[in-house]
Design a binder for this molecule. Structure first.
Ligand code: GDP
Ligand code: ZN
Length: 402
């Protein structure tokens, strides 16, 4: 599939309602199961071994290419195929406003009722129209492409938010029934964790990974503060916690903002991409950005400061341009990360390592919990799927409405 068509289909998928998405994925599961049966028949009865599948498209190394050929296409490929069959891709509607006064740019910061737009090398403060500012946290995000009017007499005003390629969002911590957009049109999302102070929590990684996949960006994990590791045992302990993510194809960079270890590697992994940086307060997000680009001089917070007062320095998101064509959206640290309106049947699609084994589950709609002959549970018992990841799946599933 051509890259530009694929990107448009992914954008369409990201905009679908949960029920539309559910119907589409259920059709894709059936299609994939059929294709998988055909492959087994063609393979003259050779048994397919269960292996973890990979995130689509990030790592093109021969190893991943081989894995893909062995398992066939990922579920997402089937979803995109169906979308392509179902819909003709419409061009974005041409705007009818006067082109002489209409310009376009990218939102790099948001304030109450307004935003800063980066357009043709200029930073322009714009007003948000009332229908958008009334529901600001759900309607607009840093990274949004917008058109805005500049007629010279009044303050520039956003006219339209253009369709998004990708998003990252979560429920608002104060009003959970409201979606909070974290960033828009991002290629990658960097999940920053620290090995200590604060300690590494894999469940937060799992939750971020779900939200990132749903929104269409590629994930990367940055394990920071490795200078604090004091022994080989400690190092091995952290490696064991991170290994399941490497196994499903998520790139992992070990770094220390203090010593500079891994900073060049992080820079080259993100070259040319627009990324959002997420993670708990105090893991070193601002310090990493400063290490990548000292000119940014973002304020960082002493651990004792945030631990005592529960504060964090970054209170709003902002987009920064770094060397190497990297655009980074820094976000406020979170304590918890909720999942936006996720359905029970949808959750399993965001655990890529369930994909290959699930072809062998007895039931098409197996939830991989209490069903007999569940190949996913069997793979967990054999530790072909990391038990900690399966445990996260069960925990999240139990919090979702039946
Ligand atoms: P943020 O809340 O994620 O943006 O975290 P900050 O960048 O403000 O960092 C929080 C604290 O961790 C500060 O005291 C930093 O000096 C410290 N810190 C950040 N990165 C490292 C690192 O790689 N090693 C060590 N030892 N401390 C770090
Ligand atoms: Zn199952």
């Amino acid at each position: 599939m051509k890259d530009d068509i694929k990107r448009m289909l992914e954008a369409r998928l990201a905009r679908m309602s949960p029920s539309e998405r559910r119907r589409l994925y259920n059709r894709a599961i059936k299609l994939r199961k059929q294709a998988s049966k055909n492959r087994v028949i063609r393979g003259a009865g050779r048994r397919r071994k269960n292996h973890s599948s990979d995130y689509d498209g990030w790592d093109d190394s021969p190893k991943f290419e081989k894995a893909r050929r062995r398992h066939g296409d990922s579920l997402d490929d089937y979803v995109l195929q169906l979308l392509l069959q179902d819909e003709t891709i419409a061009e974005p509607e041409a705007t009818t406003r006067d082109p002489a006064t209409l310009r376009s740019g990218t939102i790099v910061a948001i304030t109450a009722g307004g935003c800063t737009v980066h357009a043709d090398g200029e930073r322009i403060d714009c007003l948000l129209p009332p229908d958008i500012s009334a529901v600001q946290i759900s309607a607009v995000a840093v990274g949004d492409s917008v058109s805005f009017t500049m007629d010279g007499n009044s303050r520039p005003r956003v006219a339209e938010i253009l369709p998004r390629r990708t998003t990252l969002s979560r429920p608002d911590p104060h009003i959970p029934e409201r979606e909070r957009l974290i960033a828009a049109n991002i290629d990658a999302a960097v999940i920053v964790v620290s090995v200590k102070a604060p300690p590494l929590r894999i469940r937060l990684i799992d939750r971020y990974l779900i939200a990132i996949q749903r929104g269409g960006a590629k994930p990367l994990i940055c394990v920071n503060k490795i200078d604090l590791l004091e022994s080989e045992e400690e190092r091995a302990g952290i490696d064991a916690m991170i290994e399941p993510y490497r196994a499903i194809g998520v790139p992992v960079v070990s770094a220390s903002a203090s010593t500079g270890t891994g900073i060049a590697e992080l820079g080259s992994a993100l070259r040319g991409l627009r990324c959002v940086v997420v993670g708990r307060s105090g893991v070193g997000k601002s310090s990493l950005l400063n290490a990548m680009c000292p000119d940014l001089a973002l304020r960082t917070t002493e651990i004792s400061e945030w631990a005592d007062k529960g504060r964090h320095t970054t209170t709003t998101s902002a987009l920064y341009e770094l060397p190497g064509g990297i655009e980074i959206i820094d976000t406020p640290g979170v304590r918890q990360f909720g999942l936006w309106k996720i359905a029970r049947e949808e959750l399993r699609w965001y655990f890529p390592e369930f994909e290959a084994p699930s072809c062998a589950c007895k039931f098409n709609d197996c939830s991989h919990t209490d069903e007999p002959a569940c190949a996913v549970k069997r793979a967990v018992e054999r530790e072909e799927i990391a038990p900690a990841r399966y445990d996260t799946y069960l925990r999240i599933l139990h919090t979702l409405d039946g």
